[in-house]
Design a protein around this ligand. Structure first.
Ligand SMILES: Nc1ncnc2c1ncn2[C@@H]1O[C@H](COP(=O)(O)OP(=O)(O)OP(=O)(O)O)[C@@H](O)[C@H]1O
Ligand SMILES: [Mg+2]
Length: 325
């Protein structure tokens, strides 16, 4: 990792593991269903860091872990630090809504019995807070009457803007935005992303969670690729200019699946969390798989990024040879 980034780290996650404790079918035995394992990543001041991965890869579980919002039956292990201070592995509850703000994926987290304005102000009544709220309403195209409306009266896109405004009210230092532009018209989505860019450029951090790599590349400095509950690649966004610059076979497959690169889909599906086996989780779909892929797969540093692949250096240097696996 370059030293410049180390100086700017605002959020650091190390060896994060999240499991849901569940009863096994038709028994009284409990077992742990791991949905995130050995996950590490950082978000730096000045950067938009995008977490990209398909549905079920653990993006929202990560966001909830950061904010201590996981259900009771969850086991969380690992280390999360914010601005150099270690937080409990299950999150930043104390900082929530102040220095760290979450824009959740589900609009159903709005209180159905409370008017939008009241939720956004969160107990504040002072003039400056009301002015700030109205300024944000104007910026994101919400009519003032929305203040007096209940969540059930709002469209999905409007509710999403209410969540966005709630997050921005306290001028946080770090925003974690989980699919923040879902249901928004393209022009508004672009405004929101441009605002994240400005927010990062002012010296803050943004963790943007999305399944849309193309959208992430319009705004992000770094792309962190999730697959089946862990990070398989962490790369500067600029490396997505060409497939050769990417490190992990899954990232290369995502790149080839982009419309401008031919829409070519990799056969197979991401394994479900409970089906996790030893070795590389992408191996069954990987054109480069070899015997070594069945063993431990550490994260390795490659150029200015990282990848969880035992063969990525060979693949990158184009000296990869199959071993008949
Ligand atoms: N409370 C829970 N109990 C058991 N399993 C859960 C729970 N919450 C999430 N999971 C499982 O954890 C995995 C990751 O879910 P998560 O919601 O983080 O995916 P995601 O990457 O955010 O997907 P999407 O793009 O659809 O939002 C999934 O397999 C999901 O079924
Ligand atoms: Mg999600």
């Amino acid at each position: 990792m370059d030293v410049g980034r180390l100086d700017r780290e605002i959020l650091k996650i190390r060896n994060l593991t999240v499991s849901f404790i569940q009863y096994e079918k038709n028994t009284f035995h409990k077992s742990a269903l791991p949905v995130i394992s050995d996950l590490g990543m950082t978000v730096c001041e000045g950067d938009v860091t995008a977490v990209v991965g398909s549905s079920g890869s653990g993006k929202s579980v990560l966001a909830h872990a950061l904010f201590g919002l996981l259900p009771q039956n969850t086991f969380v292990d690992g280390e999360i630090s914010y601005s150099g201070r270690t937080l409990q592995p299950d999150g930043a509850a104390l900082l929530r809504g102040r220095e760290i703000a979450l824009i959740p994926q589900g609009v159903n987290c709005l209180d159905p019995l409370m008017k939008a304005g009241k939720q956004i102000l969160n107990g504040k009544r002072d003039r400056l807070s009301v002015l700030r709220m109205r300024e944000l309403f104007e910026k994101y195209g919400l009519a003032q009457e929305v203040e007096r409306q209940y969540p059930s009266e709002l469209s999905g896109g409007m509710a999403r803007r209410v969540l966005l405004i709630t997050a921005l009210m306290n001028r946080p230092k770090l925003i974690v935005a989980d699919e923040p532009t879902t249901g928004m018209e393209e022009a508004l989505a672009k405004t929101v992303l441009a605002d994240f860019r400005d927010f990062a450029d002012e010296g803050n951090g943004v963790l943007l969670i999305t399944h849309d790599l193309r959208m992430a590349l319009t705004v992000a400095d770094r792309i962190v690729v999730f697959y089946a509950g862990t990070v398989v690649e962490d790369a500067p966004a600029d490396d997505f200019a060409s497939e050769e610059l990417l490190r992990h076979p899954y990232t290369k497959a995502l790149w080839r699946a982009m419309p401008e690169h031919g829409f070519s889909a990799e056969p197979g599906v991401q394994p479900y969390a409970g089906e996790r086996k030893k070795g590389c989780l992408f191996a069954p779909r990987c054109p480069y798989r070899a015997t070594a892929c069945g063993g431990e797969i550490p994260m390795v540093f490659v150029r200015e990024g990282r990848a969880r692949c035992v063969r990525c250096e060979e693949i990158n240097q184009n000296v990869w040879r199959g071993d008949g696996e």
